[in-house]
Design a protein around this ligand. Structure first.
Ligand SMILES: Nc1nc2c(c(=O)[nH]1)N(C=O)[C@@H](CNc1ccc(C(=O)N[C@@H](CCC(=O)O)C(=O)O)cc1)CN2
Ligand SMILES: Nc1nc2c(ncn2[C@@H]2O[C@H](COP(=O)(O)OP(=O)(O)OP(=O)(O)O)[C@@H](O)[C@H]2O)c(=O)[nH]1
Length: 435
């Protein structure tokens, strides 16, 4: 469906989501938005000013009033998408929303796909891919640290850094082209040396950046901490205590937890999924054995393993860098080398919470400015660095030039400057509807 002049169709979505609320924001974008708003509420309100209007369905014999709503009109290109856009701030009843949606469809609009508003903003040059991904992260941000990180990305921290790299690379490529085009002229030898030095420095910058990177990506997606140990040591009790609610079944019978139970909590400003796993032991019981297999899988997947035991003997560590926790110190003191707690009496629980928060912070720390937040970015920067590395290893100018062009391409895909059609579905498909 398109407008008759070939411009993209008007799309609409409930930007405020479907949860129960007092007001619902219906958002429209596309060249025909103005015509649709006029049909609903008469003349267009003044640009960017909230106006109270009756919304009328004029399709039947007599006009039907759908709602009295606040209407905002954003003429393009000064709008989020860069197109003519409008917002209808409705009373959020489901019947109001569906009546308005029906009227919009009758007027030629169609429901938006996930991320479609932002995709249009990208297509119209209002934001680059990294900023768009930042917006998706901002919508998902649960903690202050995630919010800060996402907002810096929306403000272009990464865009600026990667653009700076692209500019350096482009200058170096120009020098390389000069070496190719004028092989016989007397180009001063500094040109080639300067080129190689420049490539070496850029390569070093990128590899250092990749090395420091993992923390921000973990902060964006949140961490997984697995609670593991033998049956009956109090793993489920510990999960419930940390979560502050009865998420897992606690019983005196060993082997109670069969399948992993997950709870989300916040530790040190990082969202953490705690996984309570089946107790690790040799067993004849088929279901319990499957539980044990799954526990070991979680140990491998987790960002941190909280290994719980009881008694006076330190167990062998399941995982380097994990936390060794001795429970039930109300019955017996913890051995040296483990953190002692009693879920029953709360002894040691504050120290444990601090220790876990410290782990969460350490796993998500990294450079404060323009950090690496996504696997997509990591892959593109790795590819860029790979081609720069190859360029450095090639003496033949044409081939070095080709590697440098491939490096430029990889970097361009990062911000969306080149060659991205295939990427767009992946990037914008992860958005929620209405963004
Ligand atoms: N009601 C409402 N709240 C919202 C949004 C929205 O679309 N609607 N946003 C949606 O994401 C965010 C704000 N972001 C926005 C970004 C750009 C423009 C915009 O109209 N930009 C124009 C004009 C800027 C100006 O002069 O004020 C432009 O950049 O040209 C609006 C909202 C969060 N809150
Ligand atoms: N004395 C004492 N008992 C505890 C403490 N923490 C948990 N328990 C008890 O130990 C028993 C086992 O607790 P669970 O939390 O079910 O243990 P689990 O490790 O999840 O057990 P499985 O599901 O079998 O792997 C229960 O009866 C708890 O009430 C503690 O700090 N002190």
């Amino acid at each position: 469906m398109q407008e008759s002049d070939g411009s993209p169709p008007v799309i609409f979505a409930l930007a405020s989501g479907l949860s129960r609320a007092a007001i619902a924001v219906m958002r429209l974008s596309g060249k025909g938005s103005g015509r649709i708003v006029e049909s609903l509420c008469g003349r267009l309100p003044a640009p960017r000013r909230a106006s109270l209007r009756g919304l009328w369905n004029r399709h039947g014999l007599t006009p039907v009033l759908l709602d009295r709503a606040l209407v905002l009109w954003f003429p393009g290109p000064d709008s989020y998408t860069g197109e003519d856009s409008a917002e209808l701030h409705l009373h959020a009843g489901p019947a109001v929303i569906s009546a308005v949606a029906d009227a919009l469809v009758a007027l030629g609009a169609r429901p938006a796909e996930p991320g479609e508003f932002s995709r249009r903003a990208f297509a119209n040059g209002r934001l680059d891919l990294m900023q768009a991904e930042g917006i998706a992260d901002l919508i998902d941000a649960e903690t202050e640290a995630q919010r800060r990180q996402a907002l810096a990305q929306v403000d272009g921290a990464q865009s600026r850094l990667y653009q700076q790299w692209a500019d350096r690379l482009r200058t170096l490529l120009a020098h390389q082209e000069a070496l190719i085009d004028f092989p016989d002229e007397e180009l001063p030898p500094e040109v080639e040396q300067g080129l190689l030095d420049g490539l070496t420095a850029l390569h070093a910058t990128m590899t250092a950046y990749l090395r420091e990177g993992a923390g921000a990506e973990r902060l964006r997606r949140g961490l997984v901490f697995a609670i593991v140990g033998e049956p009956n040591v109090g793993k489920s009790s510990l999960l419930n205590a940390l979560a502050g609610r009865d998420a897992a079944i606690v019983s005196a019978r060993a082997g109670t937890t069969r399948d992993a139970i997950e709870t989300r909590i916040v530790l040190g400003d990082v969202p953490v999924t705690l996984v309570d796993t089946a107790g690790l032991r040799e067993t004849e019981d088929e279901i319990e054995a499957e539980g044990v297999r799954r526990s070991l899988f979680h140990v491998k997947q987790a960002d941190c393993v909280v290994q719980v035991f009881t008694g006076s003997i330190l167990p062998p560590r399941l995982e380097e860098g994990g936390l060794l926790v001795c429970n039930k110190i109300d019955q017996q003191p913890a051995p040296e080398g483990a953190m002692g707690i009693s879920v029953l009496t709360h002894a040691g629980m504050d120290v444990l919470r601090k220790g876990l928060a410290e782990k969460a912070r350490a796993l998500t720390s990294g450079r404060a400015n323009a950090p690496l937040t996504r696997a997509r970015h990591r892959a593109a920067i790795e590819e860029t660095a790979h081609h720069i590395g190859r360029a450095l290893s090639l003496a033949w100018p044409e081939m070095r030039g080709e590697e440098m062009r491939l490096a430029m391409r990889a970097l361009g895909r990062l911000t969306g400057a080149v060659d991205v059609e295939a990427l767009l579905d992946t990037v914008f498909g992860q958005f929620c509807i209405g963004k």
